[in-house]
Design a protein around this ligand. Sequence first.
Ligand SMILES: C[C@](O)(CO)[C@H](O)COP(=O)(O)OP(=O)(O)OC[C@H]1O[C@@H](n2ccc(N)nc2=O)[C@H](O)[C@@H]1O
Ligand SMILES: Nc1ncnc2c1ncn2[C@@H]1O[C@H](COP(=O)(O)OP(=O)(O)OP(=O)(O)O)[C@@H](O)[C@H]1O
Length: 271
Amino acid sequence: MLCFPNAKINIGLNIVEKRTDGFHNIETVFYPISLCDALEIIPANKTSLTISGIELSDQAHDNLVIKAFNMVKVDFDLPELSIFLHKNIPLGAGLGGGSSDAAAMIRLLNKTFALGLGDDQMENYAAKLGSDCAFFIRNVPAYATQRGEILAPVELDLAAYLFVVIKPPVHISTREAYGSIIPKKQNVSVNELIKHPIETWKNTIVNDFESVMFSKYPKLNDIKTMLYNKGALYAAMSGSGSAIFGIFPSGDIPKIDLPDCFVWIHQPPQN
Ligand SMILES: C[C@](O)(CO)[C@H](O)COP(=O)(O)OP(=O)(O)OC[C@H]1O[C@@H](n2ccc(N)nc2=O)[C@H](O)[C@@H]1O
Ligand SMILES: Nc1ncnc2c1ncn2[C@@H]1O[C@H](COP(=O)(O)OP(=O)(O)OP(=O)(O)O)[C@@H](O)[C@H]1O
């Protein structure tokens, strides 16, 4: 069976406080976008993982799809699998690609082998693999708190807008990014701010990683400014970066001339 694990962007991200387990409590809005990988599983005599597309430096056993498979296999009698993963979502981008692959594996196993798991149970498995992994089980816009695994659906429909995602050749480690932040709770939650028109977000919604990462890598701020200059209604860094996204009115596709960057543009279907 084949599926297409998609990426997410963070609309606002407040790093509220450091926890005693080393993680941080955050608040953010996750929004799914259609930039995706491809994942296929076929029952086999011996489990193997074949990866194509963007190169991953890790050993196969470190891959989150294998971790997800081994975790579910502890509780269910599953056959060995040939697993095919085509990577298209950039790494070290804050787009949650690895987490999405892992969640997709849990959903694929549940469906293919009729395990009978509900969304809550799948989210519990997913949350063990990564803080933003649980989001990809339901994969609907959500307000996330605590480590990012406590989710409440939000009414947010951006289907009418054009999306641009730019990932420059800067790899940001999520762990190091969290390590460089001084947490501070914002006065108004992102959940409230997104209820106002998108035109207001530029002046109200903040990703706490931006100031630190923009001083370290000024090119990221240049990309954000460029997106606003080209007409973005809202532009920001996703998660801990380094991907920068812009949300535009649909219509003319902005010309982005950045040959050293990964550039993805999604135009909504035209009537
Ligand atoms: C930056 C975000 O993408 C925003 O959505 C996520 O918080 C990252 O989630 P993720 O990639 O699933 O991260 P994990 O694999 O759980 O954690 C990687 C590392 O990031 C740090 N980490 C992550 C999430 C969190 N709420 N607090 C943290 O301090 C921890 O040092 C952890 O060891
Ligand atoms: N299936 C996978 N796809 C991508 N990365 C994976 C996968 N499995 C393990 N990894 C490891 O996870 C690291 C982070 O990758 P991923 O794309 O999930 O993170 P990210 O872009 O930092 O997004 P986020 O911080 O939002 O989760 C990679 O550098 C790689 O070492």
